[in-house]
Design a protein around this ligand. Structure first.
Ligand SMILES: [Zn+2]
Length: 353
């Protein structure tokens, strides 16, 4: 199987760049077409080789591009997409496995909060701890530093794997990559959440996105933008209480997904994953965590404590959400980034409020 990705570079006339041995273990061949666009062929079964074009270090941007190209070209996680006729239709519509990426006109947005002393965890959990071990010039003259960290699975920007509320659900290491990468459908409910800290995102809110875009919530990563990311890391504003311990749980006030909307998404639509910028996919006053139960019964993971989404358009953004791969984990720290579309393809969430 050979899949390819077309990469448009501002410079032209480049030939035969990376054939590199970086950790992904994919074999890349680069070449230029008559228009000056570089194309990259990816041979997934390739053996790592040493970079031949002067041993250049691959840039972060191109490294990420290669990851995206690799993820999009692999067909190792097909279970979810076979679940519904809607997604089958979508798959036929999209056809090709190649991905068009215009590096010169696109940008990446970090949707993860930094893990530090202020990182918000559930009131019953300890916070994130970084334990310094070494930070020194060694006897041999080079600098060396290393630390240890301790953290609960569910805190800061993280993913909930289905096994969090479903005994037979997938653990974080079993999450299909296809569900963690995809187009974002950004549901902007900031106005409602400003009025009501106990707001629950409804079926009507989800349908409003569909009416605006003329599309269905199929094969997308749904991101619920409540606006609460702007309160981070103020626990009082973000959680509704800055108290700690089991008694504080009853004092939590923040928006979440209405269980009826979770049910509608799982029974009438086919989404890859869902995320939001609060501490839980169920609202703060929830006691039975029904949205968790419903989503995870259907193996749909949830991203929680997602950072500020105000720069995201409501559609057209590519999400890459890669959690720490903890065997048997019910969740884990998540690095989530958004790859913005070209400006002329956007529908601004601000325009459509
Ligand atoms: Zn969680």
């Amino acid at each position: 199987m050979i899949n390819s990705v077309i990469v448009k570079y501002p410079e032209t006339g480049r030939h035969c760049w990376e054939r590199s041995g970086f950790p992904l273990m994919w074999y890349f061949i680069g070449e230029s077409d008559p228009d000056g666009h570089s194309s990259v062929r990816i041979l997934p079964l390739g053996v790592p080789t040493i970079a031949s074009s002067g041993g250049k270090v691959i840039s972060n941007m191109r490294y990420l591009l290669c990851i995206i190209a690799t993820l999009s070209s692999l067909n190792i996680c097909t279970g979810f997409e076979n679940d519904t006729s809607i997604s089958k239709q979508k798959k036929q519509d999209t056809g090709s496995s190649s991905l068009q990426i215009d590096i010169a006109n696109q940008q990446l947005i970090d949707l993860s909060h930094t893990f530090d002393k202020q990182t918000i965890y559930w009131p019953t959990e300890n916070g994130f701890r970084l334990i310094p071990e070494k930070a020194e010039i060694t006897e041999k003259g080079y600098y060396y530093s290393s630390n240890r960290f301790m953290a609960a699975e569910h805190g800061g920007t993280h993913v909930d794997a289905p096994v969090h509320f479903n005994e037979h659900g997938k653990s974080v290491d079993q999450l299909p990559l296809q569900q963690l990468v995809g187009e974002a459908a950004v549901i902007d409910v900031t106005a409602a959440c400003r009025q009501d800290p106990d707001y629950q995102i409804s079926v009507a809110d989800l349908r409003a996105w569909e009416e605006t875009t003329g599309r269905q919530l199929v094969d997308v990563v749904v991101l619920l933008r409540t606006g609460y990311a702007q309160h981070w890391p103020d626990r009082k504003k973000y959680l509704g209480t800055d108290q700690l311990g089991p008694e504080a749980v009853a004092e939590l006030h923040f928006p979440g997904l209405d269980p009826e909307a979770a049910r509608w998404l799982t029974e009438h639509r086919a989404i890859k994953a869902i995320g939001l910028d609060t501490a839980s996919i169920d609202f703060g006053q929830s006691t039975r965590f029904q949205s968790h139960v419903i989503l995870f019964k259907h193996e749909i993971p949830a991203f929680e404590n997602v950072a500020d989404m105000s720069r995201l358009p409501i559609s057209g953004t590519t999400i890459i959400a890669l959690p720490m791969k903890i065997e048997g984990g019910s969740g884990g720290p998540l690095r989530i980034v958004a790859w913005l579309p070209k400006k002329d393809n956007r529908q601004s969430s601000r325009q459509n409020k």
